[in-house]
Design a protein around this ligand. Structure first.
Ligand code: GRF
Length: 188
């Protein structure tokens, strides 16, 4: 079976990228990563890609033709699905339209609850007893596209932003590869 060709966009640590790298290295996983692009030259995730032998590129968002260069690099690599993994830039409407249903994102809350940043702090402040994470298609409106997969994560007494983030991150690392598998197998 031809594997779905992924391009992963990152800005930092890259632990979700690592989860995708690890999944792609397992037997019969129906996708492979052709290219990792960071908008930050010092993103630790670039080293994760290099260690795995995956081509990398840095394209600064300060360049006036940032999105045109992103688009060209993704197309040149034959990318079929763009995975945002801690990519801290909002993509424009025209870019998102050009890649309609071919960009996905992982977000650390149970969308539509807590879109945007500081999700864990806001969940703790709201006093909810559970949160989670979501893989969704990207639309022009931030954190608002159709949901592909979610996982619930309990909020425990005494949780801090850090302890909750760590628990949710474990869940993120499970559902991002699972969602990519679903898409690659044509189940979503
Ligand atoms: C994750 O919590 C992800 O959900 C959010 O940004 C964080 C990125 O972490 N969009 P990492 O770079 O994948 O480790």
């Amino acid at each position: 079976m031809a594997r779905l060709i992924l391009g992963v966009l990152i800005s930092g640590r890259g632990s979700n990228l690592q989860a995708l790298i690890d999944a792609c290295a397992t037997p019969n996983f129906p996708a492979r990563i052709a290219l990792v692009i960071s908008n930050k030259a010092d993103a630790a995730g670039l080293d994760r890609a290099k260690r795995a032998g995956i081509p990398t590129a840095t394209i600064s968002h300060r360049e006036s033709d940032f999105e045109a260069r992103l688009d060209a690099a993704l197309r040149a690599a034959g990318v079929e699905l763009v995975c945002l993994a801690g990519f801290m830039r909002v993509l424009s409407g025209p870019f998102v339209a050009r890649w309609h249903d071919r960009i996905v994102n992982i977000h650390p809350s149970l969308l539509p609850a807590f879109p945007g940043i500081a999700t864990h702090r806001r969940a703790l402040e709201a006093g909810v007893t559970e949160t989670g994470c979501t893989v969704h298609f990207v639309r022009e409106e931030v954190d608002a596209g159709p949901i592909i997969l979610q996982e619930r994560v309990p909020i425990l007494p005494g949780d801090t932003e850090a302890s909750l983030a760590a628990r949710v991150l474990q869940s993120e690392h499970r559902i991002y590869p699972a969602a990519v598998r679903m898409l690659a197998e044509g189940r979503k």
